[in-house]
Design a protein around this ligand. Structure first.
Ligand code: GUN
Length: 284
């Protein structure tokens, strides 16, 4: 039996239509146009592509967007001065500092400088804390997109075994928190986990975010499981996920492809977070 494909492209298209309608209705009712600012320091080619896609997403949904390009040797002070300026700009409801920053810059300090209500990445400590304690904070885009895809299976998540491979602040940890909020029994695995296949084979929902192409093989997957592949690696010029798609699709019940899976959803959720931030600002 072959798994059903969770199509991130189709899901994104339908969500972006809803977001565009939300943008239009906010503009009509309040005159507010949601605005996103992306700060890019340096000229990492992969980051430049992501940033361009974010700008395209804004245009597609009727949002205002600006990209602030800073040189690779920008100082921490200049970076933070840009963040302060955008914090004070009424046209901007969401600020995103593209990661990774050049090595000499302090990422944590930069992220802490963004006003929590403009932190559309959900990386500010206050938003991370709200996610952990059940408050109404901004949810990081990739885990939010992954959860949306899991929900599309129609599976009742209560009491399900969920296993997350990877413990990053951007994906693994917030993903685990979101699944916990859905009443899953959550296990977080990482590079020191002993006998990983014996853990992953328990998973009704398996999320992999390690960035190792083909890392999750069919023998690691429970028959019928929902398999969410967050990995994006480049192999011989091609984009590959963490999951050995051809093998795993014969065992899993649902699977996300790479490309065309979770990656597509990340920017869509960024647009959703920006719209929600603009709505909150308009209510004030
Ligand atoms: N770099 C790769 N993914 C992300 C993301 O989701 N947000 C930011 N700010 N930088 C990234």
């Amino acid at each position: 039996m072959s798994a059903q494909i969770l199509d991130g492209k189709a899901m994104s298209e339908s969500l972006r239509k809803e977001i565009a309608a939300g943008v239009e209705s906010l503009r009509e009712c309040t005159g507010v146009v949601p605005g996103l600012a992306v700060i890019l320091a340096g000229n990492d080619p992969a980051s430049e592509i992501y940033v361009r896609n974010k700008g395209n997403g804004c245009r597609e949904t009727g949002m205002y967007s600006v990209t602030v390009k800073l040189p690779g040797d920008v100082t921490q002070e200049t970076l933070e001065a840009e963040i302060d300026r955008l914090n004070g700009d009424e046209r901007i409801h969401g600020i995103l500092v593209q990661l990774p920053l050049p090595e000499h810059l302090d990422e944590a300090r930069a992220l802490a400088r963004i006003l929590p209500e403009k932190d559309v990445d959900g990386f500010h400590l206050l938003n991370a804390g709200r996610l952990m304690t059940g408050g109404d904070g901004v949810i990081p885009c990739t885990p939010r997109g992954a959860l949306h895809m899991i929900r599309q299976t129609g599976m009742d998540l209560n009491g399900k075994e969920a296993v997350v491979i990877g413990r990053s602040n951007i994906v693994g940890k917030p993903m685990a928190m979101l699944l916990l909020r859905e009443n899953c029994t959550v296990t977080v695995c990482h590079s020191r986990t002993k006998d990983l296949p014996s853990v992953t084979r328990r998973a009704d929902i398996l999320v992999s975010a390690v960035g190792k192409p083909g890392f999750v093989t069919a023998d690691m997957v429970k028959p019928g499981a929902v398999v969410i592949d967050v990995g994006i690696s480049r192999v011989d010029g091609k984009v590959r996920g963490d999951v050995d798609f051809d093998g795993v699709k014969e065992v899993a019940g649902w699977i996300t492809p790479v490309p065309g899976g979770v990656g597509r959803m990340t920017i869509t959720m960024l647009l959703q977070n920006t719209l929600e931030a603009a709505k909150k600002a308009a209510r004030k």
